[in-house]
Design a protein around this ligand. Structure first.
Ligand code: HEM
Length: 563
């Protein structure tokens, strides 16, 4: 039925016409975004890179989602060179630079003009607080300066003994499980207990970061119902490939991150859970609410404790990073008051909200990353019994006998740093399986990088795992596990060639802490247990999520070392 001349007044445009015009506009916009701009107009179109692929809407996103973390990108870099363009979903272009000079410019020299992109800050802010991971420029400089002392070597040295409570608990529980399950013999492969190592490492690192970062005993190893542990388990479940892609899509809707972080969203979480597209967001809202509630109460306690203790230095409780930050803030405020009675410009101190965000940041940034690093190290050692035994031999002189039938390991900061083979193994594992396999930056201004004109707004994919395995830096065996390359004399440690903890002002503040913690856990486990693949032909597949977790949680066969 077509409208007659009588039925169309100047004030009433027929709905069908409006719909038609709308469809034409959407079609033109889609053709522009998906085809015209990326392939005929964008200044980046001259860069080499993989062809668009069969799906115009998704670009090469399918390869990334279904591939091993960082591997499709590594193949593209091999095929197309060190400055490439990849078209992702809805025609969004990403540029991958992998030369040392271009990464130096993006991450170090011009870091302020290349911040983390908005979608990344929104996502991180929601799950790991609006702390160091989300701020940039001057605010970042101030915050980082305020936090650096808490990560100093003296503080880390004082903290190493806090790792061993969780490590001992895990070693004990592993010993019990082993003794109960070693009767199950797999005729084809071996005897022992099959353990899902990522899950265990996640509990160990949660307990350690809660204690060292916050002075809080989560004890998730013994108490699976611990509220923090449960909430994090739910959050982690959202981070597998497709779930994560859906979540990022939801978070890209303008205003959505702020809404999901609000009390309103929490109050209506049951309703949100019923909306098909948002059901996963409801899990996030609920888990984050619980994590925030626990974090807020930890912070309140810290503040009370700091008021009570004043500047008294020697209580065990004050070794954790949060206590140090709270006390440093109090000291700054007091000194401002006492010098000139609070007149004059106040020094920068973190607000209560910023402090609270740091609590969430430590938990978010320091837990799964380290768990993932540990799971991959155990896998690499399981596949390389010679390196595993060499490590056991290196640690043997430091072992202490104990009544529970386990060797106690109590390596301090200096020993953890100086054990050469332990260092080689950890560095090599972090190189080959960097727990954060990639990150993003976005050009805030139009600029040239490596001679390429980069329009404002361009997304940079920072190829951490790719750079860590470039053959022209690491040699022909770049993709192999070879801890020997880190031995003194083959000194790759001097070259800024692994990007595992990134580089520049946003480089990981927890790097030394994470390495020390990994060394302590690995030393204690290898001293007491032997690890091997859980079945013949086992392959471990890193998922393409925020952190590079092993698919299926990394089952390994565990046997007790005979004393
Ligand atoms: C093996 C373990 C770890 C790895 C591989 C790792 C890796 C990284 C990477 C790649 C970044 C840069 C992210 C970006 O800018 O896009 C980063 C930043 C950060 N990490 Fe870690 N991290 C680890 C452990 C930790 C721990 C234990 C903590 C704290 C207790 C921590 C706290 C942070 C913070 C606060 C930032 C933001 C730094 C800034 O922007 O100034 N990380 N980490």
């Amino acid at each position: 039925m077509f409208p007659t001349a009588d039925s169309v007044s100047p004030n009433s445009i027929p709905t069908s016409l409006l719909v038609g015009i709308g469809l034409i506009i959407i079609t033109i916009a889609a053709i522009y975004q998906l085809i015209l701009y990326p392939f005929y107009l964008s200044p980046l179109r001259a860069l080499p890179g993989p062809a668009l692929g069969p799906n115009l809407l998704m670009g090469r996103f399918g390869d990334i989602l279904n591939g091993e973390a960082g591997v499709p990108q590594r193949e593209w870099v091999k095929n197309y060179g060190k400055a490439i363009r990849v078209v992702g979903p809805i025609g969004i272009q990403r540029v991958i630079f992998s030369s040392a000079e271009s990464l130096q410019k993006i991450l170090v020299t011009d870091w302020i003009s290349n911040p983390r992109p908005g979608f990344m800050r929104d996502t991180l802010g929601l799950v790991a607080g609006y702390g160091l991971l989300t701020v940039t420029g001057d605010r970042h400089k101030q915050m980082r300066k305020a936090m650096n002392p808490a990560f100093s070597i003296p503080n880390l040295t004082a903290q190493t003994d806090m790792y061993y409570d969780a490590i001992d608990k895990y070693a004990n529980s592993l010993q019990i499980t082993y003794s109960l399950s070693s009767e199950y013999i797999s005729a084809s492969w071996g005897q022992g207990s099959v353990e899902i190592m990522y899950e265990w490492m996640s509990k160990v690192t949660l307990d350690i970061i809660c204690l060292t970062g916050l002075g809080y005993e989560a004890d998730s190893l013994r108490n699976p119902h611990n509220e923090l542990a449960q909430a994090y388990e739910e959050l982690i479940s959202l981070q597998t490939g497709r779930n994560l892609a859906r979540l990022i899509a939801i978070l890209s809707i303008p205003g959505m991150p702020a809404f999901l972080g609000s009390r309103l969203a929490w109050r209506h979480r049951k309703l949100i859970a019923k909306i098909p597209l948002l059901s996963r967001a409801a899990i996030l809202v609920d888990a984050m609410h619980r994590i925030k509630a626990v974090s807020a109460s930890i912070l309140r306690e810290k503040m009370k404790e700091a008021e009570h203790l004043g500047n008294n230095e020697d209580t065990a409780a004050k070794k954790d990073i949060m206590s140090l930050l709270v006390r440093a803030r109090m000291a700054d405020q007091k000194s401002h008051q006492s010098v000139g009675g609070g007149m004059g410009p106040a020094p920068y101190t973190m607000s209560d909200t910023e402090m609270m965000d740091q609590v969430l940041t430590f938990l978010g940034a320091g837990h799964e990353t380290t768990a993932s690093g540990l799971a991959w190290t155990l896998w690499l050692l399981a596949k390389d019994p010679v390196s595993q035994q060499r490590l056991r031999d290196e640690i043997t002189p430091y072992l202490q006998a104990s009544s529970d039938g386990l060797w106690k390991v109590r390596l301090g900061y200096r020993e953890l740093k100086d054990l050469v083979w332990l260092d080689c193994v950890i560095q090599e594992s972090l190189r080959l399986y960097p727990p954060v396999p990639m990150t993003f930056r976005q050009a805030a201004t139009t600029d040239h990088v490596d001679g390429v004109l980069i329009p404002k707004g361009t997304l940079y994919y920072i190829p951490i795992r790719v750079v860590n395995t470039l053959k022209d830096i690491w040699g022909e065996d770049a993709e192999e596990f070879n801890p020997l390359r880190w031995l003194p004399g083959n000194n790759f440690g001097q070259v800024p060639s692994t990007l595992t903890f990134l580089a520049g002002p946003h480089a990981c503040i927890g790097k030394t802490m994470a390495i020390m913690e990994m060394k302590a856990v690995i030393a204690a486990l290898i001293a007491n247990f032997e690890f091997s693949p859980s079945y013949q032909g086992q392959k471990a597949i890193p998922t393409a999520a925020v952190t590079m977790k092993p698919k299926h949680g990394m089952p390994l066969l565990v046997n007790k070392v005979v004393k």
